[in-house]
Structures are given as structure tokens and as C-alpha cells.
Design a protein around this ligand. Structure first.
Ligand code: FAQ
Length: 315
């Protein structure tokens, strides 16, 4: 019976069909998805902090309204993703506890500080740009609930990216000091954005990672390096339009490959950030824990309300 159920999993994967929560699946497939979806959900909610810090300081009412909406969208993405993870038999409370105890990761990118208003532009342009590049293929992920969540997330993410581009566009058409502010933000966010795609596929800086297995299972559709390359090629064009300089002296068009060559990524920085030594790691987790504790009464009230509602329906 078990062999039969596994055969049907393999058949579904081979036929590029979706695996749904009711279907049998290998334990390792389930574990990989829980790891990736939880990490993704954690990134969304931790990712509210760098931009959230600018809500009170946005330069106009219009900018403030847009930023509030964007940060709210990120919370929403976290909620879809925790719901998708819950279809795999885990509870979001459990996942949050693992985040708070440092047992699950969130994206390295959110451990960098937002020093000026232009950082909100650079995050929208570069970080949301990288997120879309990585997430559009996840709309075709073999696990149904994750793939479906990604469709709406990607639509909102594209809008976020345009929003970041427009902040930088405005600054680049402003005073020399504003142009300098935009360039400085791009200088600081460029390399960390490239690290979002994860370690190289092979060579010295490669992870002994998950890519090959995740690609065989149809979870990942492209390798980390393939997505990073597409990102660089896309951003070079947009940087030209914006009039910002990409801070990489080795960046050049390679006629033979029909792609851009680019400089070496500093993987020691990536490792340090993952190990907890980034500029903001401690602050991000402390803030998250505090928000969780402050929200305890809301969870209790919602639970009490749900119980009352359920009891009434039984009468
Ligand atoms: N940061 O073998 P691989 C957003 C870890 S976008 C931290 O390649 P995998 C939107 C990796 O977990 C950001 N850790 O692993 C937003 C693994 O460690 P483990 C979130 C990283 O899973 C925008 C090890 O390195 N997006 O939030 C990172 O096959 C603006 C080996 O790596 C997603 O999570 C990293 N950058 O590929 C919100 C997308 N890279 O778990 C607010 C979904 C790698 O064994 C504002 N996730 N690691 O301990 C994925 O596509 C994949 O999980 C990858 C990593 C591509 C991130």
C-alpha cells in the first residue's frame, strides 16, 4: 500500500501535476516544503521592519499612505504562507516559536539597516525585484497550496517593485543631494540583494544544499545562479533608465554568453549574516518577539470569540 502511494506521488511529479494536502508524499518532501515555506513566511513578516521604520518619517502623506499599504501587504503575504505551511500538518504558533528561538531562518536581506528614505526605494526596486525573480517560478511549484499563494503574492510584489523604482526615479530627478542619497542606497543594497538568491550552484562557495533534490521534486524550477543571472540582466537595463550606477566594476556585457558578467560576491558577509552577526539580526528578532508578546491579548480574544461562536452554533 505504501509503495503504491509513493508510486502515485512519483507519477504526479513526473507528469508535472500538483501535489495537494490530501495526497501521500515522502516525508523528506514535506520537510523541505515546511522549511522553505516557513522561511519564506518569516522573511515576509521580519521584512516589515526595515520599511516599517520609515512610516512615521515618509516625506509626504502620499508616500506614507503607499508605504503603510506596502508593509500591510507584506503581513498579508506572511499570513498566506503560514496558511500554506499549515496544510502540511504544522501549526503557525510552532513555526513562530522556531523563528524566535533562531531554529528557522529568514532571508539574510532583512538584517541590513534602512538609513535614509532612499532605502525604501532601493528595497522596493532591488529586494522586491529579486523576490519576484525568485517567486514567479514558484507559481509553478509542485505543491498546490504554495503555488497558489505565490500567484497573488507575485502580483502584489510587481506593484511593490514599481513603487520602489518610482521612489528612486523621483529622487534621481531631484537635487544633487537627493540623487546622491539614491545612489548611496543602491550602493548599500546591491550586493545583499544578489545574496538573496542563496549560495552558488557549484564551486568553492557552493552550498551542499537543497537545489538538486528540490528541482527533481518540482519545488525549485531554476537554480540559485540561474535566477541571480536573470536578475542582474534585468536590473542593468532598469539602472540605465533610472540613471543609477550599479556598484560593480566587473559588471560588463558578455557577447558570447549574451549575459552580463559580474563581480565576486563576498560570501563571508553572507555567512556572518546567517550566523546572526549582521548589523540588525539581534534588533529584528527582539522586535519580533516584543510584537508577538504585545499581541498575545489579540490572539486570546480571537480564540475566545471563535469558541463562543462555535458554542452558539451548536445550540
Ligand atoms: N537568506 O541549498 P540552498 C521577501 C540558506 S523575499 C537566508 O540554496 P534552498 C519579499 C538556505 O535556507 C525573501 N538563508 O537552499 C519581501 C539553506 O539553509 P537551511 C524570501 C538563505 O532552500 C520583499 C542554505 O542557505 N523569499 O520576503 C538564503 O533550496 C520586500 C543553502 O541554500 C523566499 O524565501 C538567504 N538569502 O534555496 C518582503 C523565497 N539563501 O535551510 C518584504 C522562497 C539560502 O538548509 C520586503 N525560498 N539560504 O538551513 C527559496 O526560493 C529558497 O529557499 C532559496 C534558498 C532560494 C532562498
Amino acid at each position: 500500500d505504501r509503495a503504491e502511494r509513493e508510486a502515485s506521488f512519483e507519477e504526479l511529479i513526473a507528469a508535472d501535476q500538483r501535489i495537494e494536502p490530501r495526497d501521500a508524499m515522502p516525508e523528506a518532501y514535506r520537510r523541505t516544503l515546511v522549511r522553505q515555506i516557513a522561511q519564506h513566511a518569516h522573511s515576509e513578516i521580519i521584512g516589515m521592519q526595515p520599511e516599517g521604520a520609515w512610516i512615521t518619517r515618509a516625506p509626504s502623506l502620499r508616500r506614507k499612505a503607499i508605504l503603510v499599504a506596502k508593509v500591510q501587504d507584506e503581513a498579508g503575504h506572511g499570513m498566506y504562507l503560514y496558511s500554506a505551511a499549515e496544510t502540511l500538518g504544522v501549526d503557525r504558533g510552532e513555526l513562530l516559536e522556531m523563528l524566535h528561538e533562531g531554529k528557522q531562518k529568514y532571508s539574510s536581506i532583512f538584517n541590513y539597516p534602512t538609513l535614509t528614505w532612499a532605502d525604501c526605494g532601493a528595497i522596493g526596486w532591488l529586494v522586491d525585484g529579486a523576490a519576484i525573480m525568485n517567486q514567479v517560478p514558484l507559481c509553478r511549484c509542485s505543491y498546490g497550496p504554495y503555488a497558489r499563494a505565490m500567484i497573488r503574492v507575485c502580483k502584489e510584489e510587481s506593484f511593490h517593485q514599481r513603487q520602489g523604482f518610482e521612489i528612486l526615479w523621483t529622487l534621481m530627478r531631484g537635487t544633487p543631494a537627493q540623487q546622491q542619497m539614491a545612489q548611496d542606497a543602491v550602493d548599500r543594497w546591491w550586493w545583499p540583494a544578489l545574496m538573496m538568491f542563496g549560495p552558488h550552484d557549484s564551486g568553492e562557495a557552493a552550498s551542499n544544499g537543497h537545489t538538486a533534490q528540490s528541482m527533481a521534486w518540482g519545488i525549485k524550477r531554476f537554480s540559485n545562479d540561474d535566477l541571480r543571472q536573470r536578475f542582474v540582466d534585468m536590473m542593468v537595463q532598469q539602472a540605465d533608465r533610472l540613471g543609477v550606477r550599479i556598484p560593480d566594476p566587473d559588471l560588463r556585457w558578455d557577447e558570447e554568453r549574451q549575459q552580463h558578467d559580474f563581480g565576486a560576491i563576498d560570501w563571508s558577509e553572507f555567512k556572518a549574516v546567517l550566523a546572526g552577526d549582521g548589523a540588525c539580526n539581534a534588533e529584528r528578532i527582539a522586535h519580533r518577539r516584543r510584537a508577538h508578546d504585545d499581541g498575545a491579548w489579540v490572539r486570546e480574544a480571537a480564540l475566545a470569540h471563535a469558541r463562543k461562536h462555535e458554542a452558539r452554533q451548536q445550540v
